[in-house]
Design a binder for this molecule. Structure first.
Ligand code: MN
Length: 195
């Protein structure tokens, strides 16, 4: 069974105007698809072809890791966004954020800062590790599962995530994501599952 591109959880134009259909056409339809194609080519006829994507993210190295993690990270990113997202987290997630960041505003600022200051390609992650929430940066395809943390949500900080819509204005991209698209419900589900 070859690795497959999971369906987007919404229509390709559903995140507009904050992230355009054209961005998703390239980011999902071409970049994400290419990671799937490259992983399948790299593992063909090898034992890794029988491992799960998460096992490869946790244990693989080199090109197999890079492509496996980029598949996993992008699927997680699509789920970290939703049409009419943004707003405020609620319930246990809100309580955990206030406990560990001081306020929801401080958590959002930490995520925004992580994306804005990331040099080169990578990801900003909200994670829980040892019962504590934190924002961590990952370079290139890096994934917090490698570090014993559980991802709650992620924001893609690669240029291909924002260049069509925002050109070089990375701060405008991350502000739009946090204001209009971030899916706190997804983070809350991941936090509940981590307990
Ligand atoms: Mn990407």
């Amino acid at each position: 069974m070859a690795f497959e591109l999971p369906p987007l959880p919404y229509a390709q134009d559903a995140l507009a105007p904050h992230i355009s259909a054209e961005t998703l056409e390239y980011h999902y339809g071409k970049h994400h698809q290419t990671y799937v194609d490259k992983l399948n080519a790299a593992v063909e006829g090898k034992p890794e072809a029988k491992q799960s994507l998460e096992e490869l993210v946790r244990t693989a190295s080199g090109g197999v890791f890079n492509n496996a993690a980029q598949i996993w990270n992008h699927t997680f990113y699509w789920n970290s966004l939703k049409p009419k997202g943004g707003g405020e987290p609620t319930g246990d997630l809100k309580a955990a954020i206030e406990r560990d960041f001081g306020s929801v505003k401080a958590c959002k600022e930490a995520l925004a800062e992580c994306v804005k200051t990331h040099f080169g390609s990578g990801w900003a992650w909200l994670v829980v590790k040892d019962g504590k929430l934190a924002v961590v940066a990952g370079h290139d395809a890096d994934n917090p599962l490698r570090d014993g943390a559980t991802p709650l949500l992620t924001i893609d900080a690669w240029e291909h995530a924002f260049y069509i819509d925002y050109r070089n204005a990375k701060p405008k991209y991350v502000e739009a994501v946090l204001e209009h698209l971030i899916n706190w419900d997804f983070a809350a589900e991941n936090l509940a599952a981590a307990k």
